[in-house]
Design a protein around this ligand. Structure first.
Ligand code: HEM
Length: 398
């Protein structure tokens, strides 16, 4: 949190004992309450409500985006094509931002999603304690995003109109332990980044895999058809239900497995012996899911662990709960947003392939995973993919 611009006194209050508490949360620090609130926000009826709101946002964006009002078209020879990377980054970040912060943040700072995209590219520098002198761009972007969030938190709550109640509830908790608006904004910067970035990369990988394996497009269209029975906006509960859409859910898990470089960071609080290793007190351990997901010797994913197999999680339905499968970390800090992440990714791809025929705008190989840059979440594609969208109902594409 310090690295994201919080002051030491702010961090002490977030991690320290609570000052004011509402029912049921006695004795918890604000950091623990934040986790609890995020779990509530993305569970049961709150999950459906927020997920459906985001699915509606996707629907609106996919229906009304044009070359003129978007920023993801790039030159392809003497024509224009859509950058899959820029498109998925922008639509997911704007959707997550709108759901969690409401439309006011966009009005205050329309370029915030673009700033976040660049900040995310540099965020590894924070976690790997890259020398401060060498991360001027990342620091300046963090300051810019924090300032926008500060202006947002200066607004009366009645003007913000966010669908999610989480941000306001956490703001109350922060202010309850004495944080001022500057410190609230620093806390929220970390969340704004966490909520928005990994998931946009999953949108990229799911579309990319489907583009290179046309049977997946048919599968998505067929399996999700009933979710569109009553509306153009899909029934997200239906789509993310493994019983109703088992193949799509297995496809999601396989994309996660191969793209995830999620890294859990843990401090050793006392000397600990594991096997023939001693972990010394005071050191930090980084554990990457990538090794676990690609490991052939553990036998979790078999000899073909390096290969994309869209039915892997369908053939072995216990695999999702295998200890080697860790895209969302584990333990007390297990990602609280994992159900919403799935809801978002699946309702997005279902809508894209229902509304459009998606093709490569020119010959391009399947992108490599960007492994040569430290990543602590979902890997980016090393290369972009230029694509074209043609509306399936005969209208002009985007
Ligand atoms: C594919 C998408 C996502 C991936 C791969 C992912 C992965 C992770 C990982 C690996 C962690 C750290 C777990 C640990 O330390 O053991 C984490 C934490 C977190 N994630 Fe996610 N996440 C995703 C989407 C989301 C979304 C959509 C949200 C919010 C709506 C979210 C909110 C959070 C929060 C608040 C934490 C911090 C939890 C804490 O320390 O209490 N994540 N995520």
């Amino acid at each position: 949190m310090l690295e994201f611009g919080s002051a030491q006194w702010g961090v002490d209050r977030i991690l320290g004992p609570p000052v004011t508490r509402r029912g049921g949360r006695q004795g918890k620090s604000v950091a623990e309450v934040a986790h609890y609130l995020q779990v509530q926000q993305t569970s049961k009826v709150d999950l459906t409500c927020l997920g459906d709101y985001i699915a509606r946002f996707f629907h609106h964006d996919l229906t009304h985006s044009t070359r003129e009002n978007t920023k993801f078209y790039v030159k392809n020879g003497n024509k224009l094509a859509i950058s899959l990377k820029a498109w998925t980054q922008q639509i997911f970040i704007r959707a997550g931002q709108d759901a969690y912060f409401g439309p006011k943040l966009d009005e205050l700072s329309p370029d915030l999603p673009l700033d976040l995209i660049r900040f995310d590219e540099l965020s590894w520098q924070v976690f790997y304690h890259y020398p401060l002198a060498l991360r001027k761009e990342g620091t300046s972007l963090a300051n810019k995003i924090r300032t926008a969030l500060k202006h947002y938190f200066e607004l009366p709550k009645s003007q913000r109109l966010a669908k999610a109640w989480f941000v306001e509830a956490l703001e109350d908790e922060c202010r309850g332990v004495g944080l001022d608006t500057e410190e609230v904004a620093s806390q929220m910067l970390f969340l704004y980044w966490g909520i928005n970035t990994n998931i946009s990369k999953m949108g990229y990988w799911m579309i990319a895999h489907a583009l290179f394996r046309p049977h997946l497009v048919d599968l998505i269209r067929n399996e999700t058809a009933l979710a569109f029975e009553n509306s153009d906006i899909p029934d997200g509960e239906y789509i993310s239900n493994v019983q109703k859409c088992p193949k799509l859910n297995a496809f999601w898990l396989e994309c996660l497995r191969l793209a995830s470089s999620s890294t859990a960071l843990r401090y050793v609080t006392e000397d600990t012996i594991i096997g023939d290793k001693i972990l010394r007190e005071g050191h930090t351990i980084l554990m990457s899911a990538r090794q676990l997901h690609l490991n052939t010797s553990s036998n979790a994913f078999g000899d073909d662990a390096a290969i994309f197999e869209d039915e892997r999680f369908l053939k072995n339905t216990h695999l999702e709960r295998n200890l080697n499968f860790r895209p969302f970390g584990g333990g007390k800090t297990l990602c609280p947003g994992r159900h919403l992440a799935k809801y978002m990714a699946l309702t997005f791809v279902a809508q894209v392939f229902r509304k459009f025929d998606v093709t490569l705008a020119k010959d391009q190989p399947f992108p490599a995973y960007e492994e040569d840059k430290p990543t602590i979440g979902i890997l980016s594609g090393k290369e972009d993919l230029l694509i074209s969208l043609r509306a399936r109902d005969g209208r002009q594409g985007m």
